[in-house]
Design a binder for this molecule. Structure first.
Ligand SMILES: [Mg+2]
Length: 133
């Protein structure tokens, strides 16, 4: 079972992700950037790090890109090697090229456009986790 942190401010989207991943992953859910960062920090403190984060870009308190940035900064600070960095797949409602490019610069592993397709989501997760090994 994967351990995945799902970050999305939309209740329905969060539930949809959890449903798609049912039986494949144990999901923790976060509805804003603050919750996402504290879940991430807790996972590190408890040495139960996530296999992957699904990160919505449009969040109410901060953007998903800022969340990503803060995670990558922390990894850099504590000297996490490249292969140990947590895989992050960005999820965005619109295929805004600039936003996607920015996310890639900040170190996301992949991205996908909403509405989320079950098969594409699972494929992307598998591909991302395989690349990591
Ligand atoms: Mg959103």
């Amino acid at each position: 079972m994967w351990r995945i942190l799902v970050v999305d401010d939309d209740d329905n989207e969060r539930e949809l992700f959890a449903q798609i991943l049912q039986g494949k992953a144990k999901c923790d859910l976060a509805k804003n950037g603050r919750e996402a960062i504290s879940a991430y920090n807790l996972s590190i403190r408890e040495k139960k790090s996530y296999d992957l984060i699904l990160l919505d870009i449009m969040l109410p308190d901060m953007s998903g890109i800022e969340v990503l940035d803060s995670i990558r900064e922390k990894e850099k600070r504590v000297g996490v090697v490249k292969q140990r960095k947590i895989p992050v797949i960005m999820v965005t409602a619109k295929a805004e090229k600039d936003v996607v490019l920015e996310a890639c610069r900040k170190g996301c592993n992949d991205y996908m456009i909403k509405p989320v397709d079950n098969h594409i989501l699972l494929e992307k997760i598998e591909k991302t986790l395989k690349k990591k090994l």
